[in-house]
Structures are given as structure tokens and as C-alpha cells.
Design a protein around this ligand. Structure first.
Ligand SMILES: [Zn+2]
Length: 308
């Protein structure tokens, strides 16, 4: 049984694990991710040499999910709102100094979508969209059984489709993106606006208040659900996918988010298109990025092999 390593880099943590070619995870861990690139590379080098390579035997290939725009042609990380030290960085060259097996870098949300497609709730379908709603909104698209990367690798950024032209300013340079209107910080902002006061509170705490019957807490999610519905409608109208999978921390509050979003999506799409698509929860949770990165590496190895 061949093993593949997957890395999933986030703004605060680096997750990693080992996965077999069927997507079964045999090791999963996470460490903090230092903000400076040289410190981060040092940490990855130690993990690779002392932990993964020495202790786990032969690893056939490595996949690396990166939180931002990765240019497929230049093989460079272009822009990472949550990891600015990686802007315009030659990550492939830096990793190749110590990773001595074939490896591939790709966008983290693309890798999570690929993981759900190969080993999660997307198994067996030919077209799907994964949306993860947390501190931001990540997404990846599978079309005709393949990850849709676009010409340069920037496709699948549904977090940055415009759902509210007059909405919040976004890190991408836009305004009123799906990310700015439905992610955890916006739910906090909605709640404070409804309560008419500044508070030190998290979206999770607002979810707990909603469960206890706090009307403004429920309203804070309902406001976000309206815009999520617009995002879902755009996705349905554009792609007619077999499935849309929803994941991320904010989806824990799906009872306050999903019914409104589905009603809004239904109102803004052709009925047939809405009914053709299953909209459900993603199943791999926080492991999707690690599993997807590792399986992406496995797939590239097999593709390369077939080309030889
Ligand atoms: Zn944006």
C-alpha cells in the first residue's frame, strides 16, 4: 500500500497527515504555522525529515495545499490574504530543497474539494462544488470528474463572487463578496449591529445564544443566509452541478443558516436546476485539505506514469 503525505497550510495552523491511495488517513496532526516564511519552511523541513520520512517509511509523493492564489504556469504563490509572507514566493523551489520525493502545490480549497470528491460526500458524482464557510469562504469545483483549475489556476474562487454590491470591503480588493457577507466575522458584525453595541463575542457564541432563543442571534444568521442563498443560486445557474457540499465552522449553525439560504436559492434559480442538485454537508471536516492534497499527489503520480 503506497502512502502519500498531505499538508494543509492555514493562517494559524499547518495540518499534515498520511493517506493511502483510497483516502484512508493513517496519521493526522497539526502544529502552529509561524507567520514568517523562513520559520515556516524550517518547521516543514523538521516535520518532513524527522517525523514523516524517518518514522513512516516510504512516502511516494507529497501534496501541499496553500491558502491563496497559486499560479500553475509560473509555479509561484501569488497572493495570500491570510499568509502575506507567501505573496510572490517561489514555494516550489523552496520546498524542493528538502522534500526529496515528487510533490505538488495547489490552492487549499481546491484540495479540500478534491478530497471530498475522492473520499468524502462527493464520491461517485461527476460535478460538485465545495463551499467552506469559516473565517473566510473557500471553494473548489469538480467538473466532468476533474478539478476545474482554470487557465492559470485561479478558478473556483466562489468566495469572491459578488452577492451584495454595496456590502463590506473584501481582502481580495472587491466589495460585497460571498466571503464578506456570510463568514464568521460578518455574523459577529450583524449581531453587534442588531444589539446596537460593540461586543467581544464569537460566531460560535452567537450560535449558542441562538439555540437559547436569542432573537438577534437568530437574525444575525438569517441575514447571512440571505446572501448565502444568492451565492448558491449563482453557483446553480452557472454550473448546474450534481452536488454542492457545504463545510466549515459556520456550518455547525446550519439550522439557522441553511433553511433561509435554500429558500433564497430556490427563489432565484430555475426550479429544475434547483431540484437537480443535492445541497448537503461535506463529510471530511477538517481533514478534507490533508486528504485532498495527498490524493491529488497520488493522482498526479498516476497521470505522470501513464504519460511515460
Ligand atoms: Zn473578495
Amino acid at each position: 500500500m503506497s502512502l502519500y503525505a498531505g499538508f494543509d497550510l492555514g493562517g494559524t495552523h499547518l495540518k499534515y497527515g498520511l493517506v493511502d491511495e483510497r483516502g484512508k488517513i493513517s496519521l493526522k496532526e497539526k502544529v502552529s504555522s509561524p507567520p514568517e516564511i523562513e520559520d515556516l519552511l524550517g518547521r516543514i523541513k523538521d516535520l518532513w525529515q524527522d517525523k514523516l520520512k524517518k518514522q513512516q517509511g516510504h512516502i511516494r509523493a507529497v501534496g501541499f495545499g496553500f491558502p491563496g492564489i497559486f499560479d500553475l504556469k509560473e509555479k509561484k504563490t501569488y497572493q495570500s490574504p491570510n499568509y502575506p509572507s507567501l505573496d510572490n514566493y517561489d514555494l516550489v523551489q523552496a520546498l524542493s530543497r528538502f522534500i526529496d520525493v515528487p510533490f505538488w502545490v495547489n490552492n487549499d480549497a481546491n484540495m479540500a474539494a478534491f478530497g471530498e470528491f475522492k473520499a468524502g460526500s462527493g464520491q461517485g458524482v461527476q460535478s460538485l462544488v465545495l463551499l467552506t464557510i469559516g473565517t473566510g469562504v473557500g471553494s473548489g469545483i469538480i467538473l466532468e470528474g476533474k478539478l476545474w483549475q482554470g487557465k492559470c489556476g485561479y478558478a473556483g474562487e466562489l468566495g469572491h463572487i459578488i452577492v451584495n454590491p454595496e456590502g463590506e470591503k473584501c481582502n481580495c480588493g472587491g466589495q460585497g463578496c460571498l466571503e464578506t457577507e456570510v463568514s464568521a466575522p460578518k455574523i459577529v458584525k450583524n449581531y453587534m449591529a442588531l444589539k446596537k453595541k460593540e461586543m467581544n463575542i464569537s460566531a460560535e457564541e452567537i450560535f449558542n445564544l441562538a439555540k437559547k432563543g436569542d432573537e438577534e442571534a437568530r437574525q444575525a444568521f438569517a441575514q447571512a443566509s440571505f446572501y448565502l442563498g444568492i451565492g448558491l443560486a449563482t453557483t446553480l445557474n452557472l454550473l448546474n452541478p450534481e452536488k454542492i457540499l457545504l463545510g466549515g465552522g459556520v456550518m455547525s449553525a446550519q439550522e439557522y443558516l441553511l433553511p433561509g439560504a435554500l429558500a433564497e436559492a430556490k427563489r432565484r434559480t430555475y426550479q429544475a436546476s434547483f431540484e437537480c442538485c443535492f445541497i448537503e454537508k461535506a463529510s471530511l471536516g477538517n481533514d478534507a485539505g490533508v486528504i485532498g492534497s495527498a490524493l491529488w499527489a497520488a493522482e498526479q503520480m498516476n497521470v505522470d506514469h501513464l504519460l511515460l
